[in-house]
Design a protein around this ligand. Structure first.
Ligand code: URA
Length: 207
């Protein structure tokens, strides 16, 4: 597929995400779709769990605090995030717990929500055809590697899924929480894991 064809195919997926009624009818699921961003021809996909408040507001993945840490880390390594990566989430609608006063707290998506949106991510991967997928956090890693995958023990290594390399690492929000609690170790591990991208994808390299 040419880059233009890929862009058209992703636009069709975006339309289907926006039109998905069952997605937003589940309890504790927002009704604002958050669309993928980045390069549809990238050799590497970055996949998170699901959007938070900032992402819902801007309808783009990884634009809040977690996204800032991810972007800064990859930029330091010489990458241009929107040129070198295609960025998306396992679920495109925010999963939340309602708090008193109308506020919302992010919560991990349920299996039901993940399954109701599975088709979007499968289609995105089939269009982008990345060489490498970096999964950020347990939910995204388990989407590929199974529910028994233990992120803390098994992250930072390359796995294979349908011929595509999978590199599971921490979710940047978990890195931020660990640093706030005084731990620098998780940040080092996160950076070391992301450094493994370089062996497969050089900055500026298209698929
Ligand atoms: N966390 C995610 O998993 N995805 C986002 O887009 C933002 C935060």
């Amino acid at each position: 597929m040419s880059r233009n064809e890929k862009e058209d195919a992703i636009k069709k997926i975006i339309k289907d995400i926006a039109d998905c009624k069952p997605c937003r009818e589940l309890p504790g699921v927002g009704d604002i779709p958050v669309f993928p961003r980045g390069n549809t021809d990238a050799a590497c996909m970055l996949i998170g769990e699901g959007p938070g408040e900032q992402e819902e507001r801007q309808q783009k993945p990884f634009v809040g605090a977690a996204g800032k840490l991810l972007t800064e880390t990859l930029t330091d390594m010489g990458y241009d995030v929107n040129r070198d990566f295609y960025i998306t989430n396992v679920v495109k609608y925010r999963s939340y717990k309602a708090l008193p006063g109308g506020r919302k707290k992010n919560k991990p998506p349920t299996v039901k929500q993940i399954n109701s949106e599975r088709d979007f991510l499968e289609r995105e991967i089939a269009v982008v055809k990345p060489k490498l997928i970096v999964t950020l956090g347990a939910k995204a890693s388990q989407w590929f590697l199974g529910k028994d995958f233990k992120l803390t023990e098994e992250r930072g290594k390359l796995y294979t899924w349908h011929g595509i390399s999978i590199l599971p690492t921490f979710h940047p929000a978990a890195v931020i929480r660990a640093m706030a609690a005084g731990g620098e170790e998780r940040m080092r591990e996160f950076r070391d894991d992301l450094e493994k991208i370089r062996a497969i994808i050089k900055p500026g390299m298209a698929a």
